[in-house]
Design a protein around this ligand. Structure first.
Ligand code: ZN
Length: 211
């Protein structure tokens, strides 16, 4: 059961240069799959109220489609990472397609948003041995997680179970600013905030958590 929430130690050991947890014993909130109108805006408002700086792994085509939302994430001092351009699974992609999925996002951000992408998260958490070299060549780092909340299953009880049971001081938590989790995302963020406070942990931003 645990591996569903927290990747097995063996994999973590084999991929040491990936981030599986934060380096400073602070909790890092990450949001995958956005930006999406309504949901991302509401999340940004909530994070502002709670004074949390998060890491958004946006999908390139969504950032292209919703530039003002993307700019809002940047202007509110959150960090943006790449989640590929089309949210495609890495294993099985040709070398050319893999380069394209990474470079299209990076180019979009430098050209349109004057922003340098430094972090990457593979869609569905699926990666292969090639990925590390591709990221290294682009001075990017891969960010996995310590705690999957399963918020996309749209069941707040499942989120509460995962957070209550697996939250640690150095957790990298995965949430989604996609439509799938829209109905429970506010309650999920509140619950994470409550549990982090209750356990005496602290939130950190990407810069300090992923050195
Ligand atoms: Zn995703």
């Amino acid at each position: 059961m645990k591996s569903l929430y927290n990747p097995p130690a063996l994999i973590k050991k084999a991929f040491k240069n990936y981030f599986w947890e934060t380096v400073n014993n602070k909790v890092l909130l990450t949001f995958d799959d956005g930006p999406i109108p309504d949901n991302t805006e509401a999340i940004l408002k909530k994070l502002d109220e709670l004074n949390i700086k998060a890491l958004f792994f946006t999908v390139g085509e969504n950032s292209q489609k919703y530039p003002s939302l993307t700019e809002q994430i940047i202007s509110q001092k959150h960090t943006i990472g790449s989640h590929t351009f089309h949210h495609r699974k890495i294993p099985g992609l040709s070398s050319e397609a893999l380069s394209d999925e990474i470079d299209k996002v990076n180019n979009l951000f430098t050209e349109k948003f004057n922003y340098q992408i430094r972090y990457f998260r593979p869609p569905h958490g699926r990666f292969d041995l090639r990925l590390n070299n591709y990221l290294k060549a682009r001075s990017m780092k891969c960010v996995m997680w310590t705690l999957l909340t399963f918020d996309y299953k749209n069941d707040i009880e499942l989120v509460k179970f995962a957070v209550e049971k697996y939250l640690t001081a150095g957790s990298i938590i995965v949430l989604h600013d996609s439509l799938k989790s829209k109905n429970i995302i506010m309650d999920s963020i509140d619950f994470v905030y409550e549990q982090v406070s209750k356990k005496g942990f602290q939130f950190g931003d990407a810069e300090e958590c992923l050195k």
